[in-house]
Design a protein around this ligand. Structure first.
Ligand SMILES: NC(=O)c1ccc[n+]([C@@H]2O[C@H](COP(=O)([O-])OP(=O)(O)OC[C@H]3O[C@@H](n4cnc5c(N)ncnc54)[C@H](O)[C@@H]3O)[C@@H](O)[C@H]2O)c1
Length: 303
């Protein structure tokens, strides 16, 4: 039997927790003893309108089950207000789950600036604003857990989701650097790429599969990543339908050319197979490790 994960006295902010995956996260965190800030602007999945009832209903549900929660109705683009609400209500913030999101799907040749900008604003700027406001408090208390919600549409690409894919993989770039900067203050930062049956995916996933992809099947990973017991940081996890896997970068050993003599496009073409050959591939964990093969090549032709 595993040790129980408990968030007693800890405060968790979940953005976009008025429905879908965020609601499931909020309910599970509350069950594990966390004091939860249920944030949700309550708009449509295209980012239009606002409504206080989404967050309020989830708070009522948590309280009815004996948990502790408050509602917050600000947009993530006003991240400072959400963090201030957590401080005013509970005096601290330990965990932040950046989950709020919208869609503005369009093939790229039909993409309008407004679709591009709004998706960027909610996913990237919103996550930045809330995280930036929480970061100072996490540093001060030498503890923090931040989870970003990425997407397989960012990792692998998806037709009609250039704006969304850009935003979602951007969040993983943010994850990698914040993991480095947060480590010395025990702030661990990870990203998930979930698949769940929510209003966002309704109609896109066949109904029988949709039914099985319950949002609650994402939340145990999020709760684990947020726990004091977890030492994982900079990770990216695909999760859904009761399955969890870790994603990492893989790079070929590549081909080296003499940097002093120079080389041509034809040389690149002649070595293309070697450049793309993943036999013996490496999995760099950081920038230094990523530069290794390049440095070896410089040394090889140095004298
Ligand atoms: N469902 C999936 O399969 C899937 C796949 C990949 C990624 N995601 C991501 O998971 C997250 C949750 O999505 P979901 O499927 O539960 O969809 P959802 O639409 O049910 O939930 C998103 C929530 O975010 C809220 N929100 C939107 N804009 C906001 C803003 N500016 N401020 C505060 N709240 C705001 C919405 O009101 C909504 O309740 C999103 O970031 C989404 O991009 C979902």
């Amino acid at each position: 039997m595993n040790d129980a994960i408990c968030f007693d006295q800890q405060v968790v902010i979940i953005t976009g927790a008025g429905g879908g995956l965020g609601r499931a996260h909020a309910l599970l965190f509350a069950k594990h003893g966390a004091r939860v800030v249920v944030n949700d602007l309550g708009g449509s999945s295209h980012g239009e309108g606002a409504n206080t009832s989404a967050a309020d209903l989830v708070v009522a549900e948590i309280r009815a089950a004996g948990g502790v929660a408050v509602a917050n109705h600000d947009s993530v683009t006003d991240g400072g207000k959400i963090v201030q609400n957590a401080l005013d209500s509970f005096g601290r913030v330990d965990v932040l789950v950046n989950n709020a999101g919208i869609l503005r799907d369009k093939s790229f040749h039909k993409m309008e600036d407004a679709d591009w900008d709004l998706v960027y604003k909610v996913h990237v700027e919103g996550a930045y604003k809330v995280t930036r406001a929480a970061w100072a408090h996490m540093r001060e208390q030498n503890f923090g857990r931040v989870i970003f919600t990425a997407s397989t549409s960012g990792i692998y690409g998806n037709f009609g989701q250039s704006n969304y894919g850009m935003a979602k993989l951007g969040l993983y770039g943010l994850t990698r650097t914040l993991a480095l900067e947060g480590r010395k203050n025990n702030i661990l930062v990870n990203a998930i790429a979930p698949t769940g049956g929510t209003r966002m995916t309704e109609g896109l996933i066949p109904p029988q599969v949709f039914e099985q992809l319950k949002p609650e099947l994402i939340s145990p990973l999020v709760v684990y990543l947020a726990s004091a017991a977890c030492s994982e940081t900079a990770g990216l996890f695909e999760v859904g339908g009761g399955w969890i896997g870790k994603v990492r970068w893989e790079r070929s050993l590549g081909a080296g050319f003499d940097p002093r003599a120079g080389f041509s496009a034809e040389d690149v073409a002649a070595h293309w197979q070697q450049i793309c050959d993943f036999e013996g591939a490496v999995h760099p964990q950081d920038n230094m490790a990523a530069m290794r093969e390049m440095m070896v090549n410089l040394q090889k032709f140095a004298s």
